[in-house]
Design a protein around this ligand. Structure first.
Ligand SMILES: Cc1cc2nc3c(=O)[nH]c(=O)nc-3n(C[C@H](O)[C@H](O)[C@H](O)COP(=O)(O)OP(=O)(O)OC[C@H]3O[C@@H](n4cnc5c(N)ncnc54)[C@H](O)[C@@H]3O)c2cc1C
Length: 472
């Protein structure tokens, strides 16, 4: 069995560590942030300092795929999350009965157990802490890689940290969006991974709320709805809380005033699916996050690994604009891929491990990533077109089908389930609409708007300007 270092005690790093330790590996997790997870959920939310995760207090939901992976692989994480006040909900039945046709057998596949991000992370950390074979060292910042020249490509033998050098048979980068493993590889004299990186073009404006009776507002549409210039997101969370967010094109200067509470509230009131979600006690101001990159790293170029002894999981491998809420699900799936590959290949042949992991990553996680990027590119183009008064009509049948599915999901319970299957990361769009009968069902909705009812661009801008003037 191998000595494994996991860089980063985020949700994916800890999940990876637990899965590998369960297979008998000796796993040490190194985390730059010094503070341990508080045991009380409210303390995790209010006072856990996690500078290493920029989105720590942004809105999050753990989608059904995340719950399914945890139920199959690490059910004790779900137990810990329930004990911490995690909320059980259903991603399909966020919609009203008029859209879903009521509960049907099999709808439990859309179940979620969800929480505010710090509460989730504290539950995962507590479970990891209690796991045999996992040691979590907080306050240890990784600063570089220890490598040897293996003749063809560098072989990573461990890491340099503020607390000295640590060797291992395998290093797993789980350092998140801001992982700089490419720089470390260059500093070690190796070739960095091939990186595709671009500003995703989205910005987030979110707030958390709490109801005295803990009850979630009634669902009038999906948790994510699209308008011409914004996405409105309404997400259940733990202990009587939930989050409401608006996602906008970051280049849309008109909407930057959404950072002001009064402007944000006035804007949310324009959307019937969202407006009643803010009739509760706000527990935050508007949390703003921009500068969100889409980034993907390839560690195998032309069939040859650029490095051995090192792999990357979760956001350290690939991250996207998060409005589809997939990062944690993809991270959990990716951790399982690594566990499976390591069980099949071991660490004795480090090149085979990197090659096989890259191939399995592309096959099992890659299609979801590509579908996410494709959706985002269309949505951003659509929002940016609205901002300049035009309508986005690309020559792409895939986007036309996607819009038909969003439109049809409001009227046809079968299509609502198809969309929920895709949204829950239970199938890719290609898999979910492979059945010709489904394609037939989509036909009546082709060309119909997929946008949810509510303020259009002109009304939104008028509201934002008026409330910004009042707030000034
Ligand atoms: C605004 C926003 C909203 C989102 N909403 C959702 C959502 O609703 N649902 C969802 O599934 N996903 C969502 N995501 C994505 C989700 O947050 C990420 O996919 C997830 O955090 C990735 O987990 P990770 O463990 O890979 O990385 P991270 O959570 O980023 O963890 C990385 C860890 O590595 C540590 N680290 C970094 N560098 C070093 C170093 N040199 N040495 C030691 N430690 C280091 C960091 O401190 C951190 O603890 C959202 C993201 C954003 C930006």
């Amino acid at each position: 069995m191998a000595q494994i270092l996991v860089l980063g005690a985020g949700v994916t790093g800890l999940t990876t560590a637990m899965l590998l330790a369960r297979d008998g590996h000796d796993v040490t997790v190194l985390e730059r942030d010094p503070t341990s997870a508080p045991t009380r959920s409210e303390a995790a939310w209010t006072s856990w300092a996690r500078d290493g995760v920029a989105q720590f207090r942004q809105l999050h939901v753990m989608l059904p795929r995340w719950r399914a992976v945890m139920a199959a692989e690490l059910p004790e994480v779900l137990d810990a999350l329930r004990a911490a006040g995690g909320r059980a909900a259903n991603a399909l039945h966020a919609r009203p009965v008029a859209q879903t046709g009521g509960w049907q057998r099999g709808d439990e596949r859309f179940d979620v157990l969800t929480a505010r991000r710090p509460v989730l992370e504290a539950a995962v950390a507590a479970t990891a802490q209690a796991s045999a074979g996992v040691a979590v060292r907080r306050g240890v910042r990784v600063m570089g890689l220890l490598t040897v020249d293996s003749g063809v490509v560098p072989r990573v033998m461990g890491v340099r940290t503020g607390a000295g050098e640590i060797t291992a048979d395998l290093v797993v980068d789980a350092g998140g969006r801001r992982s700089v493993v490419d720089r470390w590889m260059a500093e070690a004299g190796g070739q960095p991974p091939r990186e595709e990186r671009a500003d995703s073009g989205f910005a987030y404006y979110s707030r958390h709320y709490r109801a005295a009776d803990g009850r979630l507002p009634d669902g009038r549409d999906a948790w994510l709805t699209h308008q011409d210039s914004v996405c409105a997101i309404m997400l259940p969370a733990d202990n009587g809380t939930w989050a409401v967010g608006l996602t906008v094109a970051s280049r849309d200067r008109e909407l930057r005033a959404l950072r002001h509470v009064a402007v944000w509230e006035a804007a949310v009131r324009g959307y019937p699916a969202a407006r009643h979600w803010i009739d509760a006690e706000p527990i935050t101001d508007v949390a703003v996050m921009g500068g969100i990159d889409d980034r993907r790293r390839e560690f195998v170029l032309d069939g040859v690994p650029v490095v051995t002894g090192l792999v990357a999981v979760g956001d350290a491998w690939a991250c996207t604009n998060p409005s589809l809420g997939r990062g944690l699900s993809l991270g959990a799936m990716h951790a399982v891929v690594l566990r499976d590959v390591l069980a099949a290949v071991g660490v004795a042949d480090p090149a085979s491990l990197v090659l096989r992991f890259a191939a399995e990553t592309d096959a099992r996680v890659g299609p979801y990533l590509e579908a996410t990027l494709s959706f985002d590119r269309h949505r951003l183009a659509e929002m940016e077109a609205a901002a300049v008064g035009s309508v986005y009509r690309p020559d792409d049948p895939g986007w036309a089908m996607t819009c038909a599915l969003w439109a049809g999901a409001r009227q046809d319970p079968v299509l609502a389930r198809t969309l929920a299957t895709i949204g829950s990361v239970l199938a890719t769009p290609a898999e979910a609409v492979a059945d010709p009968v489904l394609v037939e069902r989509l036909m009546p909705h082709m060309g119909r708007t997929h946008l949810a009812p509510g303020a259009d661009r002109a009304e939104l801008v008028a509201t934002v300007r008026a409330s910004a003037r009042r707030a000034a």
